[in-house]
Write a protein that binds this ligand. Structure first.
Ligand code: T1G
Length: 647
């Protein structure tokens, strides 16, 4: 059955694309659109064409699955031009999202209408490429240079209302989209047609504009946004045809780049994460009401995340003061979202109305799932789960948010461990997407499946982790920090190591990150393990903490900090403290430093894979990208390592 069909409503031809799941533009779609444009041009009974899509969305872009293969004609830019040159005007009727190639096809149409909830955008840079079918050439002609720069360099879609404001669409249709689009087409036939977008003028901007835009685009940290800006700038100063050739060359070059390959791998890994094979055939338990025990930083963050996903939340604390503090933390999260324009006041009220609080575990009696986020101490957690056993429904899932404790020692407090699960959120839990899902041996299949379903419901990236110290992410972090300290012992300057890792693409290097989070957290874990007899060699971090240097919170850690200033300054005190530990080894350049540390990440990842603590290399990459700031355009340590081996 063809992905394209046409039916007639009077003199309007309605072309419907039905290419599930998101109407991506495959080779078949490109060929079909050209054939239909030819056919309808010759159909004397047709005065205009409405292009609509079946399913949940308009065209979501070129088919990313074809990117690894050589491009096959008809190429999308030619399809867009064919539609633009059609004898009968085409009207794009947009619902869901018109993204990338979908947005470009819509710009080839003479008109664009959208329903109120639709979005349009050019997300190509998020895949390491730039628009390849006139996105950087038609958008400035349609909506002006500023809008084009925002669309193409940020990759962020805009709402139908914003698209109307910027001139990208002609009308927002209230009511039934197709009916509105047909009515729009009929009305348009009573007036002279607007110029095709490619024929419209485009005005350039002065150097100051481009310099400012370049600084903004460079903040992404990788090439594609800068290339998109370059293409728009070229398009604002050259003919349409010259600009199309320029855009296409950049697109083809980037399409073959390491960054694009990495970003495509991450794109598909993120979409596969909530539906791993081992839960595919298992029905999760429904979760509508979540209990959270502990309203501290983690508990409040998890509560905010659950509320934002439309769940009801019961927050439990030990007394009214602590409960009030927890509630205030949640309110502050939403107040921040309002300030950023991501939430309205009434939206916040609605979310907060789904939050109830109590100091009585009996109020958890109706919860489908309860997540414990109390102090990281085994006896405290076991007491919580004994209480949960007494007060929760027998089919309620009971989860711990522990980062470092052995979940089996917690679940053994329960009569029935089959309903127990580790759900390791990352702070701030309402922001960080990573969710490590840690089953114990007794965890029931549907409880595990429920963990992944919850991850999807919360918009997280859920990854199954086996039981070991630190699961996947914190275990790799420990190896990363140890290797960074080894470099210090070899005489590499702390600031050079951090600078090298920022240059690789991390927002922060390993030492400045520790100063921000506090060196004492890991120190106390090591001390706790030593107290239980573990043989843990002294680390450089131990030396600093013992001397009172815990990081920014104590005015100094790996770096010095002036009062009220969070700028890290290399510390002579640290050099003195560590002098006995440091030898003068060979100096390394930034690439050698980052290569050394990323290889250490990948080496620990390999061991984690071998032990079965992680199910796949891409799971490890998702952990590092979504939990520890690994630059996604490098694909994650495992992808990066393989790419290096192939190059
Ligand atoms: N190509 C192929 N498959 C795609 C796809 C695409 N563009 N987008 C999504 N899918 C699959 C996805 O893998 C998943 O498959 C299913 O659809 C549902 O996706 C020339 C060159 C559209 C907002 O970057 O942003 O056009 O796992 O879980 O949450 O200039 O998908 O079910 O088998 O994400 O409802 C530009 C990428 C391409 C859009 C829907 N377009 N997609 O979100 O569903 S480059 C994009 C999205 C381009 C031109 C250039 C989202 C979505 P499966 P999902 P969702």
């Amino acid at each position: 059955m063809s992905v394209l069909s046409v039916r007639y409503q009077g003199e309007i031809a309605v072309v419907t694309l039905d290419n599930p799941p998101v109407n991506a533009v495959s080779e078949e779609v490109r060929k079909g659109l050209v054939a239909l444009a030819d056919q309808l041009d010759e159909d004397t009974g047709v005065a205009a064409v409405v292009l609509t899509c079946a399913g949940r969305t308009f065209i979501a872009g070129a088919d990313v699955r074809e990117f690894g293969k050589p491009p096959v004609g008809p190429h999308l830019p030619d399809v867009v031009t064919r539609l633009e040159q059609a004898k009968k005007p085409w009207v794009a009727a947009i619902h869901g999202a018109a993204l990338g190639g979908g947005f470009e096809i819509a710009m080839g149409c003479r008109f664009r209408v959208a329903d109120r909830s639709a979005k349009v955008g050019l997300p190509e840079v998020t895949l390491g490429i730039i628009p390849g079918a006139s996105g950087t050439v038609r958008t400035p002609r349609l909506a002006g240079v500023e809008a084009a720069v925002e669309f193409a360099t940020s990759g962020k879609p805009v709402s139908a209302h914003q698209a109307l404001q910027s001139g990208v669409i002609d009308k927002v249709i209230d009511g039934e989209l197709l009916e509105g689009a047909i009515a729009f087409a009929l009305e348009a036939l009573n007036h002279p047609l607007p110029q095709p977008v490619s024929a419209r003028p485009v005005e350039t901007r002065d150097e100051a504009f481009w310099e400012k835009a370049k600084k903004q685009a460079a903040r992404a940290g990788y090439q594609a946004p800068l290339s998109a800006l370059d293409s728009i700038r070229f398009a604002s100063r050259h003919s349409f045809d010259e600009a199309m050739a320029y855009e296409r060359q950049i697109f083809l070059d980037l399409r073959a780049s390491d960054e694009a390959a990495a970003l495509r791998a991450v794109f598909f890994a993120e979409r596969a994460a909530p539906r791993p094979a081992f839960v595919k055939d298992t029905k999760p338990r429904p979760v509508a009401r979540v209990g959270i025990v502990g309203g501290g930083t983690m508990g409040a963050g998890i509560a905010s995340s659950c509320l934002s996903a439309g769940l009801n939340v019961v927050l439990i604390e030990r007394d009214d003061e602590a409960l009030a503090r927890g509630r205030q933390s949640v309110e502050r999260t939403f107040a921040g979202a309002i300030k950023r324009g991501k939430l309205s006041e009434e939206g916040k009220e609605t979310l907060m109305s789904a939050l109830s609080g109590s100091t009585d575990y009996a109020d958890l009696g109706e919860c489908d799932l309860v997540i414990e986020a109390v102090f990281e101490e085994i006896s405290v957690k076991r007491d919580v789960f004994k209480n949960l056993d007494r007060h929760c429904r027998s089919d309620a899932i009971l989860a711990t948010n522990t980062s470092y404790l052995d979940p089996r020692e917690i679940s053994s407090a329960l009569k029935d461990s089959s309903r127990f699960l580790g759900l390791h959120f990352f702070s701030p839990a309402n922001v960080m997407k990573l969710l490590e899902i840690v089953p114990v041996p007794e965890t029931a299949d549907d409880v595990l499946a429920s963990g992944f379903a919850l991850g999807k419901q919360l918009g997280k990236v859920p990854v199954r982790a086996g039981i070991c110290e630190g699961f996947i992410g914190n275990r790799i972090l420990k190896r990363y920090r140890a290797e960074a300290e080894t470099l210090v012992r070899e005489g590499i300057a702390i600031a050079d190591i951090d600078a090298a890792m920022r240059g690789f693409g991390f927002k922060m290097g390993p030492f400045e990150a520790q100063d921000l989070g506090g060196l004492d957290i890991a120190f106390l874990q090591r001390e706790g393990a030593r107290a239980e007899g573990a043989e843990i060699p002294e680390t450089l971090g131990d030396i600093l903490v013992r001397s009172g240097r815990k990081g920014q919170k104590s005015g100094g850690g790996w770096y010095d900090y002036a009062d009220g200033d969070r700028t890290p300054r290399p510390s002579s005190a640290v050099s003195d403290l560590l002098a006995a530990q440091v030898t003068n080894g060979p100096q390394l350049d930034p690439e050698e430093i980052s290569e050394r540390l990323v290889r250490a990440l990948a080496a620990e990842g390999e061991v984690i894979l071998t032990e079965g603590v992680a199910h796949s290399a891409s799971d490890i990459d998702l952990v590092e990208i979504h939990g520890y700031g690994f630059p996604r355009w490098k694909g994650g340590p495992m992808f990066w390592k393989d790419q290096r081996l192939r190059s």
